[in-house]
Write a protein of this length. Structure first.
Length: 276
């Protein structure tokens, strides 16, 4: 068997095996005539020429790979809740998110940095939070998916330094930090700490970064270029630490020109990344 043919067969076989291992309900494959069809796992045609994972299929059809997702479900179902049913629901959401990420080829899941949100936090909620984080980090490691804490708008985890307390406590390679530099700027005003100094406390543990605009005391719906986030300065520091995944965060607020808003945001952030 020629090497190229052998490599092709191994690639197709491996794709099918991994699809089965991840529990994929569907796979996409191309017949010799170039037609792309779907089939439930285990029903691959003998004339298959190319097998696509779900992530590859989405990328092929849209041209947009999915590298990161933000998981906000733990605001309502926090991992540190006093209610065991809510904690159980939160862990089920975590498990599903990790499995989805693995199937789509997502590299990093951003986690909301809350032990609880709608409840009063205490030592017990922190203990529950840590316990469930350790289990979540192991689940993520098994699927090869990274989990990163977002630095939030609440005092529980509004700095990289605070996030690192839990990263160090859990002490798992697949748990790190996914800071939001807009939120960090607001936190810097509260604690009189320079944003870049705070970023440095996460050295070696920052997987990706949110690029968001904020103004003092406000964390949402601020158009790019109208706030106080120090994009170029912070991105330079992050790049020195080896960070290369940056995700823009902004909101749809009902405006009719939302397509132009996306274009303008892309241009604004691309310029800042190039300057850095």
């Amino acid at each position: 068997m020629k090497f190229k043919h052998m490599l092709f067969v191994l690639t197709v076989t491996t794709s099918i095996i991994f699809a089965c291992m991840l529990g994929s309900s569907y796979a996409y494959y191309t017949l010799s005539n170039g037609t792309t069809v779907t089939a439930t796992t285990g029903e691959f045609d003998a004339n298959v020429s190319v097998v696509f994972s779900e992530s590859e299929y989405i990328n092929l059809k849209t041209g947009v790979p999915i590298k990161s997702i933000c998981l906000s479900g733990h605001r309502k179902y926090p991992l540190g809740s006093h209610d065991p049913k809510i904690r159980e629901r939160g862990m089920k959401i975590m498990e599903k998110a990790i499995c989805l990420a693995a199937r789509l080829g997502v590299r990093v899941i951003q986690l909301a940095g809350y032990d609880v949100y709608y409840e009063q936090g205490d030592f017990q909620t922190i203990d529950y939070f840590k316990t469930n984080l350790k289990e979540a980090a192991i689940m993520a490691a098994k699927q090869g998916v990274l989990l990163g804490f977002e630095t939030m708008e609440t005092p529980f985890m509004d700095t990289v330094e605070k996030a690192m307390v839990y990263v160090k406590d859990v002490d798992q390679a697949y748990l790190g930090v996914y800071p939001d530099i807009g939120n960090l700027k607001n936190a810097s005003l509260l604690y009189d700490v320079d944003v870049n100094e705070d970023i440095m406390t996460g050295k070696g543990h920052i997987f990706a970064t949110h690029l968001k605009e904020t103004v003092p005391g406000k964390y949402r719906e601020i158009p790019f270029g109208t706030g106080h986030t120090e994009f170029v300065r912070n991105i330079k520091t992050l790049k020195r630490l080896g960070v290369r995944m940056f995700v823009g965060e902004f909101w749809y607020v009902g405006n009719d020109d939302w397509k132009q808003v996306i274009i303008d945001a892309k241009d604004f952030l691309r310029d800042k990344l190039e300057q850095a």
